[in-house]
Ligand binder design. Sequence first.
Ligand SMILES: Cc1cc2nc3c(=O)[nH]c(=O)nc-3n(C[C@H](O)[C@H](O)[C@H](O)COP(=O)(O)OP(=O)(O)OC[C@H]3O[C@@H](n4cnc5c(N)ncnc54)[C@H](O)[C@@H]3O)c2cc1C
Length: 384
Amino acid sequence: MATEVLSAAGAAVTVYDRMPSVGRKLLMAGRGGLNLTHSEPFESFLSRYGTAAAKLRPMLEAFPPAALIDWANRLGAKTFVGSSGRVFPKAMKASPLLRAWLARLDAQGVQFRVRHDWRGCRDGALLFRGPASDVAVTPDATVLALGGASWPRLGSTGDWTRLLGKKSVAISPLRAANCGFSISWSDIFRDRFAGQPLKNARFSHGDMSARGEAMITAYGIEGGAIYALSSALRNAIAKDGRAGLDIDLRPDISHDELARRLAKPRGKDSLTNFLRKALNLSPVEINLLREGESLASDAATIARRVKHVRLTLTGTQGLDRAISTAGGVSFDAVDDSLMLKALPGVYVAGEMLDWEAPTGGYLLQACFATGAFAARAILARIGA
Ligand SMILES: Cc1cc2nc3c(=O)[nH]c(=O)nc-3n(C[C@H](O)[C@H](O)[C@H](O)COP(=O)(O)OP(=O)(O)OC[C@H]3O[C@@H](n4cnc5c(N)ncnc54)[C@H](O)[C@@H]3O)c2cc1C
């Protein structure tokens, strides 16, 4: 996005990337439909960035969701708003959008140098290890958009923390965000239900809650509703070694109504069959009620448990499969224009910066907004 803004204003831009092609993580995000942004009101949108919201406000105000939607539409990727308010391209993938974008950048004269690995800065020059030889370049300005450290095989490994750390840039440690969590399932539960979803439940940790879907996995649990709580869960595990996750399997039905339905005569039905018929509980939900403790057969106790399954999370899954990264270049290390105080002329954008947000389009939106913001700051500083 920085490249687009700069080249549209007439600047000569070269993009360096260590991979054989650019935009690999964007393509991966496209596998899940490419949730570009979210349609909720701006203040509520901004609040999803938690403690970083105040820092990101100027960037998101200058490049709000409407600007991103307009940008995608103008690239031919017509968007739509899904039932949850999330915004996707109609194609539900990234490749047509990326193709059109690269063609536009090409038409704006942008040069691409792939297989160039940034190795740091020396005496005002950027150093790269290229496919044939080492390369040193001295641009008028630089935008570093090297990503976080999730899915490192797509190019973003977070090794820039070492390179910028040497320049005394304050960096908060990179940690998994929007990730799964470990649970010690019983062998029987794990073998039978790994890969099965819990749908339309409410998941809570402390006073935070998220409604939606989660997936039982062999290691524990993952999925959209869990990602929404992931920063609080991760912090609790870091502090206490464990975190409680409460699940309401029937959030739209009150405890009393559940108890009323469960008080009906069971006849010859087994408890499993009765629960399936009375509350439409799936096998994974019924067995979740039994996981870790036996299930009493009286209506009030079962109703209470359906409204309140307590799981203990014992670990955070690693960066390898996390959707995004928490931590990064501290906002104290950059000025109001996102330029590194320790490296004048070098700007930082995207997931490299120290913010995190749940899934829902908030990640790409902030990456694009900070990229556009850094580019406009460069244009203001040096002109095109
Ligand atoms: C499976 C998955 C699904 C996702 N789905 C969504 C979604 O639907 N919606 C959403 O908002 N977000 C989604 N995200 C997150 C989103 O893709 C990222 O937040 C976003 O791509 C980060 O953009 P970035 O430009 O900061 O970094 P990246 O996209 O990671 O790009 C960084 C680039 O820098 C290059 N690089 C890194 N280090 C060096 C170096 N030393 N030298 C040269 N090049 C280097 C890398 O090769 C890479 O091309 C998803 C992520 C994953 C993993």
